[in-house]
Ligand binder design. Structure first.
Ligand code: SF4
Length: 509
């Protein structure tokens, strides 16, 4: 069996989903291979020669001249030690990708688009599968997959599709397999596929191409497909098959999930609630054991928790030995973070940054969204974390149905008042999950003609629409000096994946 992660997703760390499946297959002795076609495909594109007759301006010439050096500097500490250097390196690599993208295609470090195919239309994904040779990664994946299949006698390929930016390439890869190796069984799973299945029940559209779709954590469904019987419930991921030195990070970032779903699952804007995903935590003792094994084996420089929200009980169970290396992840603001001793404990365990969804500075909006946080507690938590030396990456959400322009102004005031405790800011405009059972009284209108679109537009009851919000953010919110200073910190494209490196560059984690 071959498990594959298609292009394009941020190339800062290896894919966690197929690493965990690999752990499961190993423990049952199933021969299998892992292929991160995302990092390999991206490096393939970046290694392509540029057409001879293309005229280049001086910036682009310089970007091509420095390309190898720039890639190496993203794979070492060099780019991260100076913010201007980091930004220039990213801009230069992005510039070369623009010129290396075939006409009608735009390849980025974290995005992918092809004029003729939309990733939210099933007819376009089917078309991408029917014409895989139109995909710019075709020379890479056709050769690589042929090699695996013929040499290793692969009979099943599992494709892990997590982001919209991977969809067109994932289907092009599936289409290639179907055309050239019709006997191969194709299984598709991952976060995006799970959302499609939960919300749209649209998997039948791809019956000609995909043999099985998997929704949610893949271990058990894959065991069923392979006819594996076994009682083991947890499997330590295995990253040893990935090209760990090639990712765009200064050292290996180890991605790890201690749970799937969310233990809170009450926020009205969140797909976790809308899709009704079950919360499945790995027991703390097992998670601690896995983290210890992985860090001893792979010697990562950073541990990235992928959980939607780390549970307070797991964070309490951490010790100075486990994780024992620098780590970051999402947490909810609970009373634990209002306790300075708890924050000091987190710092001692290696916590260097917490990602926190605060969403709004208006308590009425938070209550309406079911966020379950209290602004007084948020204020205390931000101060405690800052004092303990833990960076904060704050997520704000504008344009929810309960928000008014006045609420957004309160969010601005809250941000300004707490700006000294905030290191990074992510500003988002609310997208309503298409199948949300909240806000049923609101008039909805489709975002796009795509039948696979997971979100819907709606008429805001207070006229606080996307255009007004964008205007407010650009002309008002982002222009306040205290906020502008924070926004400037955000690493372009890689955002939170590189934020800790940028924040702690001087001490090298
Ligand atoms: S805490 Fe986060 S993941 Fe959980 S329901 Fe709220 S927004 Fe969703």
């Amino acid at each position: 069996m071959l498990l594959l992660f298609p292009p394009i997703a941020k190339p800062s760390e290896p894919p966690a989903g197929i690493a965990r499946l690999s752990g499961m297959l190993q423990s049952y002795g199933v021969r299998h291979y892992l292929l991160d076609a995302n990092i390999e495909g991206l490096l393939y594109i970046l290694g392509k020669p540029l057409g001879k007759d293309i005229l280049l301006d001086s910036w682009t010439k310089g970007a091509f001249h420095n390309l190898k050096k720039n890639i190496a500097s993203m794979q070492s500490w060099f780019a991260y030690q100076n913010q201007d250097r980091y930004i220039k390196t990213i801009k230069d690599i992005t510039r070369t990708l623009k010129f290396l993208s075939p006409q009608g295609t735009q390849i980025g470090l974290a995005d992918y688009s092809q004029e003729i195919f939309s990733p939210t239309k099933s007819s376009d994904l089917n078309a991408a599968a029917q014409e895989p040779e139109k995909n710019p990664f075709y020379p890479y994946f056709s050769q690589r997959l042929r090699g695996y299949i013929e040499k290793e006698r692969i009979s099943i390929v599992g494709i892990s599709l997590n982001y919209l930016s991977q969809a067109i390439c994932a289907f092009a890869i599936a289409g290639f397999l179907k055309k050239e190796f019709p006997c191969i069984k194709i299984i598709m799973g991952g976060g995006l596929v799970s959302s499609w299945i939960k919300t749209l029940q649209s998997n039948r559209i791809f019956d000609w191409l995909i043999d099985s779709f998997i929704s949610g954590p893949g271990e058990k469904p894959l065991m069923d497909i392979l006819g594996i019987t076994g009682k083991k419930a947890f499997f330590t991921p295995d990253y040893s098959a990935f090209p760990l030195s090639e990712y765009f990070s200064p050292g290996f970032t180890l991605p790890y999930s201690a749970s799937s779903g969310c233990y809170w699952k009450k926020c009205a804007f969140c797909p976790e609630k809308a899709e009704g995903n079950a919360y499945c935590p790995i027991p703390n003792t097992q998670a601690l054991k896995e983290i210890q094994e992985l860090t001893a084996k792979q010697k990562p420089s950073l541990l990235h928790f992928l959980d939607n929200a780390l549970s307070p009980s797991l964070m309490t169970a951490f010790s100075e030995e486990i994780p024992g290396i620098p780590w970051y992840g999402f947490a909810r603001i609970t009373k634990d973070l209002g306790d300075f001793d708890f924050c000091k404990h987190l710092k001692k365990t290696g916590c260097i940054m917490l990602k926190l969804g605060i969403e709004s500075g208006d308590q009425r909006v938070l209550d309406n969204l079911g966020k379950g946080i209290d602004l007084k507690m948020v204020s205390l938590a931000l101060q405690n974390l800052s004092q303990a030396g833990i960076a904060t990456y704050i997520y704000l959400l504008f344009g929810t149905p309960a928000e008014t322009k006045e609420s957004a102004c309160q969010t601005k005031e809250f941000t300004i008042q707490h700006s000294q405790y905030i290191d990074f800011l992510n500003l988002a405009i609310f997208n309503m999950p298409g199948d949300s059972q909240d806000f049923l009284s609101l008039e909805r209108k489709p975002f796009s003609a795509g039948d696979l679109s997971l979100y819907t537009d709606f008429i805001h009851p207070d006229g606080w629409d996307r255009k007004s919000i964008r205007f407010f953010l650009d002309r008002d919110f982002k222009r306040h000096p205290a906020i502008a200073r924070i926004i400037q910190n955000d690493p372009p494209i890689f955002t939170s994946n590189h934020a800790a490196f940028m924040k702690f560059q001087a001490v090298k984690l």
